[in-house]
Design a protein around this ligand. Sequence first.
Ligand code: GLU
Length: 451
Amino acid sequence: MSKNGKMRVRFAPSPTGALHIGGAHTALFNWLAARHSGGTFILRIEDTDNERSTPEYEQTIMDGMAWLGLDWDEGPKKGGPKGPYRQSEKMCEYTEIADTLIKSGQAYRDGDAVFFRVPTGEQITFDDIIYGEISVASEKASVNTDGTVKDIVLIKSDGTPTYNFAVVADDHGMDVTTVIRGEDHLANTPKQILIYRALGWDTPNFAHLPMILGADKKKLSKRHGATSVFEYKDMGYLPESVFNFLALLGWTPGNDVEIFDRFFAVEKFELSKVTKKPAVFDMKKLDFVNQEHLKAMDPRARYEAIEPFWREMGFDVGKFPAAYLENALVLMGGRGKTTRELAEFSDYFLDFDVVKSRYTANDITPERRENLKNCFGEMLWKFSPDNWEAEKLEDFARGWCDTNGVSLKEIAMPLRFALSGRKVSPGVFEMAALIGRDECRDRLAHFGFVG
Ligand code: GLU
């Protein structure tokens, strides 16, 4: 950490795929550490692998970060004093640094490649902020399968630097104070420390994040389902939920608080409180977190989150006043674990065809149909569109049922079905009131429930 406690941290993805859960988790923890300490969050693109890196992947990683609200202070598109922030744009720097190691006898050329001579008899000890003290004998830092010392490749024969070399050059060159990354890099750290030492550079602090496991307690991978953050977006998870959920993988703000926003997380975050215990990626937990965020949203924001899913379902969203749709979602009262699910559950507020596809009124006997016609006929005659209010409709229906010796259910159930095509819906009279008198009349008439 720098003297004033402000961290300079970096997220260093290789643009060889979309932003996956593990990467997003690493990016998030770096972002939190930077924001909590009032420091700097750097985005560095590790694109030395020419064949697998593409500008499209770089873009989707940046889009994924933007979706999660992880803005960087230095990096591509933003610039900064320690650029370039793409490794491919600074190849000659690596060659120069490798040359100094060759000159000092700590590295050697073999063909077109450059190798680092792993010293023997040194002890490499570092205090990982999350994993604690780690101590490795230098001859064990890089070994062949038979256990013999293996010199570390710095520059490959095609002239590109290796990850372990470029990462040291860049973390030093960018004044990174704290390297926060996945635990899969724990084994690389001693190698990197040897290179720092050979160059006479101070090592940064290291913090390796816990492994993320699937529900079966195996390391999270494609087998466990969706891996890229955009797949979660498409499934109907809100960015604030994914943010909240990822933050809980290895960290907690304490006091049993589980649902929070980014401001709260920034305030409470402590890197030293992150646990090394593997964290389980539990979809049920994500559903819970998402549902809580959906519930807590203000009506306008919820409407904006659901709207694209209604459009995707083919509904003419523009036909309705936004206030009507906002109120429809308010009426849904916390139903739906995802935005997609909520959009589906509320489909009948936008479209009658979906109702018809679910309900036929075949269950209504002629005698009950007579009752419905009488009750709804009177109701439609009695209330003008302006008076079509939930409480009035309910009072009327109760009174009518009393007078005619019919249970309220006899009336309410068919009404619910005729309007929504569903067994479960918000309060049926509130729903009828929101849908409006004329639309209710049309739907009831379709099923032959009015005269
Ligand atoms: N490009 C490396 C990766 O994506 C970065 C690892 C590091 O943060 O040092 O795994």
